[in-house]
Design a protein around this ligand. Structure first.
Ligand code: GRF
Length: 217
């Protein structure tokens, strides 16, 4: 079986990256994590990736200053050198130009810790608590030029508890993120996700082996 070649882009601790690497260890997983790339040379996730035996690369954005095109050309060089087919953003804290997004249209995923389209941007957990929602969660979506938007591949819901703080809620959502991202990547790598009129149609999506995640694959 030829497996889809995936790069994970990180800026920090890389717990979603670790979940994807773990999932891809299974022989029947349709994607292979070929590269972990960070814009932050000090990202803890880089250490975790190396420990897992995954190739890493650093493209520090700082020397490029405001020249985002040059930064993205350097990124693209690393991705092309390893014949990457799908990019997974996992806590990657840089915004891309529309040109770069276009180049990876339908082949770049992101995870955001809210049930999009609610609570885009910073502090989604604080936003959720302020809004008083009783269910919160996480979303894996294809990347489009607008931040935290784009066709939704998979979502998972978690309850909001009366005593939650942004931190306790973030911890509960993060555990759910680690389930949903490997699932979403699997669906995409199996070529079961089709973007129709800006929405994802998923071949053979079934409902719920593990609670409130949709779909389960
Ligand atoms: C996650 O909550 C992810 O949803 C958000 O940034 C955080 C990254 O955490 N985009 P980690 O680096 O994967 O641990």
């Amino acid at each position: 079986m030829s497996r889809t070649r995936v790069a994970i882009l990180i800026s920090g601790r890389g717990s979603n990256m670790a979940a994807l690497i773990e999932a891809a260890k299974r022989a029947d997983y349709p994607a292979e994590i070929v590269l972990v790339l960070s814009n932050n040379p000090d990202a803890v996730g880089l250490v975790r990736a190396r420990e897992a035996g995954i190739a890493t690369a650093i493209v520090d954005h700082k020397p490029y200053g405001k020249d985002r095109d040059a930064f993205e050309r350097a990124l693209q060089g690393e991705l092309a050198a390893r014949q990457i087919e799908i990019v997974c953003l996992a806590g990657f804290m840089r915004l891309f130009t529309p040109g770069f997004v276009q180049k990876w249209q339908g082949r770049m995923l992101n995870i955001h810790p809210s049930l999009l389209p609610s609570f885009k941007g910073l502090d989604p957990h604080g936003q959720a608590l302020a809004a008083g929602v009783k269910l919160h969660g996480a979303t894996v979506h294809f990347v489009v030029p607008e931040m935290d938007s784009g066709p939704i591949v998979a979502q998972v819901a978690v309850p909001v508890l009366e005593e939650d703080t942004p931190e306790t809620l973030a911890t509960r959502v993060l555990a759910a993120e680690h389930r949903i991202y490997p699932l979403a990547l699997r669906l995409v790598a199996e070529d079961r996700v089709h973007i129709v009129d800006g929405r994802c149609a998923i071949d053979g999506a079934r409902f719920a082996e593990f609670g409130m995640a949709n779909p389960t694959g």
